[in-house]
Design a protein around this ligand. Structure first.
Ligand SMILES: [Zn+2]
Ligand SMILES: [Zn+2]
Length: 166
């Protein structure tokens, strides 16, 4: 199963790399080893100062990035609130729902990952329009969307891969 922070990273950044740096010896007779991401090939030296390689979204700074993004997706936020409301009702807490929801970042992050993994969330929010539509290409021949006119958003792609044993 995908790390929940990786799943949320895909949501917040719309698909930025979940870097994994490892040593790649250079070919030929060069003796230097460089640390490069095995997914995107980026060098560790290209990281911005203070950039989190694999952000933990339950820390205050990263939590803010998540909520900034989520508050901008109004319908999705409402659906998440509904999902969280069920957990709140089942928790037996005496706190108000919003107080409860925002009082524990780690719980919020876990609940949000759970929400992203729901089939109805993927169905409802997991797709974006393929560029073939706006570019006026022949949708039927588009290899990106296979003629459907829509493609999975990066987080939804991760969820689908989990569901198909990826
Ligand atoms: Zn990378
Ligand atoms: Zn397309």
């Amino acid at each position: 199963m995908t790390d929940i922070n990786q799943l949320i990273h895909a949501y917040v950044t719309e698909g930025a790399c979940w870097h994994e740096f490892s040593i790649h010896p250079l070919k030929d007779d060069n003796t230097f080893d460089w640390h490069h991401c095995r997914f995107c090939g980026m060098s560790e030296g290209d990281l911005k100062i203070g950039e989190d390689i694999r952000p933990d979204y339950s820390t205050p700074d990263n939590f803010k990035k998540l909520t900034d993004k989520l508050f901008g997706d109004e319908r999705m936020y409402e659906a998440f609130e509904y999902h969280a409301g069920t957990a709140w009702a089942n928790s037996g807490t005496h706190q108000y729902m919003m107080q409860w929801l925002f009082s524990d970042y780690a719980r919020f992050v876990a609940l949000f990952a759970e929400f992203l993994r729901l089939p109805e969330t993927v169905r409802e929010f997991g797709y974006k329009e393929c560029s073939c539509k706006s570019m006026g290409w022949d949708i039927a021949k588009c290899h990106q969307c296979n003629g459907t006119g829509k493609i999975l958003r990066p987080w939804a792609k991760l969820v689908e891969e989990e569901n198909h044993g990826g």
